[in-house]
Design a protein. Sequence first.
Length: 201
Amino acid sequence: MRTFARWLLADAPDGVFFELTAIAPPHFDLKPRVMTQSYEVRGHVAAGVLWDRVAAVNADGYGVYYALTLKRNAVPDMHARSKENDTAVVSVLWADFDGGDFPGGKDGSRDEAGYLRDDGALDGLLSVWPPMHAAIDSGGGYHGLWRIEPVEATPENMRRVKAILRGIAKKHGADPHAVDLARVFRLPGTVNTKAGRGQVC
């Protein structure tokens, strides 16, 4: 978790906010259903993150997610999430490869000899050019990330970033709906707490 956050924020400017959200899966009777915390970025670090607390919330059954974009302000209500227009800086591009979107599922089907066919989400991930800077097994699919020079979230830049994200998704068979700038992905190093999953992201 900590190492990934350091990597994600390596080029982030000071004064923006890194956001973590804990969401209760439908099969867990947890209250509150959503908890969001914002952390100001100082010296490329999200100041004040209590990683032991993040792990404890995850152990209680919450899925833990990070916002893909950095925010202008701290979220005003911890039981809500920030919106797209709260984006201050975009420092990564992303693609969400859902295993169910591919004929062979997450990892691909196997032929009679037991070899993986090129029909799974993993194959889609490996065929991407330029290669991703990070490819993360989320439990149900894969998240691909490309670090970019931080881009200020002006209205024009936001339109361009979303167009690029749509193009990436279309070209590589990723989820075409995962292009909004309020998008969150499961935090690497946490357990996928959805029913039937249970593995570390």
